[in-house]
Design a binder for this molecule. Sequence first.
Ligand SMILES: Nc1nc2c(c(=O)[nH]1)N=C([C@H](O)[C@H](O)COP(=O)(O)OP(=O)(O)OP(=O)(O)O)CN2
Ligand code: ZN
Length: 135
Amino acid sequence: MNAPEPRPQGTLTIGRRFTFEAGHRLPGLPTEHKCSRQHGHSYEVEVILTADRLAPPGFITDFADLAPFKEYLDEELDHRNLHEVLPVEPTSELLARYLAEWFITHVEPHIPGRLQAVKVSETARSWARFDVEGT
Ligand SMILES: Nc1nc2c(c(=O)[nH]1)N=C([C@H](O)[C@H](O)COP(=O)(O)OP(=O)(O)OP(=O)(O)O)CN2
Ligand SMILES: [Zn+2]
């Protein structure tokens, strides 16, 4: 019998997208910049996870185990003014890093996988991504 083909070397990742609607402005911009005025976005947040080994039946993390992150977005950020609920300026970049910190503190201890990155989109054409060091 022939030996099995060696598996290709590589890293497995999974991603899960979440959405919420919220308002913000960027007061650090010049007043003539449109984004200095209060406005809203349909935010899209993607969490990307990896693991050194798969948990049965072959999961990095069961997508269902990410429900607490969805609950956080729904309860704390959805249909809010982000200035009233976030401790950081709500740029896509700072939001991606803040959400990574929240995920690592509140979700990661309870799942087999670990967070590799968080991606935040305010519009269909733009995004910011925070990559967790060492993953
Ligand atoms: N690097 C970043 N640049 C900008 C951010 C950001 O978070 N990081 N945010 C904004 C504003 O929030 C703005 O609402 C988004 O603006 P923009 O991408 O210009 O969106 P539009 O859909 O209005 O783009 P148009 O091409 O003008 O239609 C700005 N920049
Ligand atoms: Zn905006």
